[in-house]
Structure formats: structure tokens, C-alpha cells
Design a protein around this ligand. Structure first.
Ligand SMILES: Cc1cc2nc3c(=O)[nH]c(=O)nc-3n(C[C@H](O)[C@H](O)[C@H](O)COP(=O)(O)O)c2cc1C
Length: 189
């Protein structure tokens, strides 16, 4: 039985996404007692305030999936030095209806991969600014900048480079420590 369940959101809907491979690697490397589950975003329609009075089921399911986990890892590419529109759309759904922000108080971590030398750093700064606005406690270190090279992560999530695998294990351990700290605080309160 799992001690904690962590959700992950992949900020890419590409069928060949390298960020989905990175998410699979995190799933494989999760420490004992930790289960990672995907929180899908690809079927969310474009958000509009017109939906506030009556959220569609897919958006209700999305918000409930965030509620149901102890923490969330957002695994995202960088598009045009920011986050992809599909991810921003999902975050906008999470922030509504007003006063029911799903990420409020939810431990959250960001990580991403691209072929570029700064490996999604610009996108992650924007994402952290959004999560800060939502009042989500966010993992500060280590920063999840993974430079992608051909064959680094297989479709199954197997990581071919030991240093990268070790980095991901340490990253997960740091996030689990953050999640546990917040879970314990809310239980004791
Ligand atoms: C519209 C668009 C904008 C992009 N902008 C950036 C960028 O600003 N920085 C970067 O490192 N890569 C950029 N890329 C390249 C992506 O990192 C690359 O396509 C990567 O494979 C996307 O991740 P995914 O495979 O998980 O979808 C961009 C790609 C697209 C399609």
C-alpha cells in the first residue's frame, strides 16, 4: 500500500513527447511507498468564464484528481520561452470557479526537458510564478532542468544515463520530503 500518491501533469499532448518519457522515468524511479499517477489534461476544452456556473464533467474530474493526490509534479516542455498553451489552459481550469483554486496549499514541483542548453528553465520560471499566485508550496531545489539527448529516456521510462537517473531519484526524494512535511502539518493542525 502506498504512503503517498503524487499526481503528474504532462504539459505536452504530442504523441512522441519527450516530457512524457521523463514523467514515465519519474514513475519508475519513485521511492518506496510513493505512487505516481497521471492527471490528464488533453480532453479539457478551452476555458471560458461561461463555464463557471456549470463546469463540464471533464473539468470536474480534473479538479478532483488534483484534490485526491498529496502533491503534483508538472512535467513540461518550453514553448516560445514559456509554458505550452495546453498547460496554461489546464491551470486556468484549476483556478476556477473563483475561490476554489485546486493548487491552493498543494505541494507542487516542476521539471521539464528539451534539447536546448537551458532545458526549459524559462518555462519553469513562468510556471513557478503562476503556482506562487495559486499559493502552492513549490519545490525550490533541486531545479528540474533535464537536457534531452537522443536515447536518454526510452518510451518505457528507462533512463540510459546513470547521472540523470541519480539526479531524478534525488529530485523525487526532495519532493517527497516536501509533500510529507505539508501532509504532516495538515494532519497535526
Ligand atoms: C511552438 C514551439 C515552441 C518551442 N519553443 C521552445 C523554447 O522556447 N525552448 C526550448 O528549449 N524548446 C522549444 N521548443 C522545442 C521543444 O523543446 C521540443 O519540441 C520538445 O520536444 C517539446 O517537448 P515534448 O516532446 O514533450 O512535446 C519549441 C517547440 C515548439 C513546437
Amino acid at each position: 500500500m502506498s504512503d503517498r500518491t503524487i499526481g503528474y501533469i504532462v504539459g505536452s499532448i504530442s504523441s512522441t513527447s519527450i516530457n512524457r518519457r521523463l514523467a514515465k522515468a519519474l514513475e519508475r524511479l519513485a521511492p518506496e511507498g510513493t505512487t505516481l499517477v497521471e492527471i490528464p489534461i488533453k480532453d479539457l476544452p478551452f476555458y471560458s468564464p461561461d463555464f463557471d456556473a456549470d463546469f463540464p464533467q471533464v473539468a470536474r474530474d480534473f479538479k478532483k484528481a488534483i484534490d485526491d493526490v498529496d502533491g503534483v509534479i508538472i512535467v513540461t516542455p518550453e514553448y516560445s520561452r514559456s509554458i505550452p498553451g495546453v498547460l496554461k489552459n489546464a491551470l486556468d481550469w484549476s483556478a476556477r470557479p473563483w475561490g476554489q483554486t485546486s493548487f491552493n496549499g498543494k505541494p507542487t514541483a516542476v521539471i521539464g526537458t528539451s534539447g536546448g542548453p537551458i532545458a526549459t528553465a524559462a518555462a519553469q520560471q513562468h510556471l513557478k510564478a503562476i503556482l506562487s499566485h495559486y499559493n502552492a508550496p513549490t519545490l525550490g531545489q533541486p531545479e528540474g532542468f533535464v537536457q534531452s539527448t537522443p536515447g536518454l529516456i526510452a518510451e518505457s521510462g528507462e533512463v540510459s544515463n546513470d547521472q540523470t537517473a541519480e539526479f531524478l531519484v534525488g529530485y523525487l526524494e526532495a519532493f517527497v520530503a516536501l509533500v510529507d512535511r505539508y501532509t504532516r502539518v495538515s494532519v497535526d493542525a
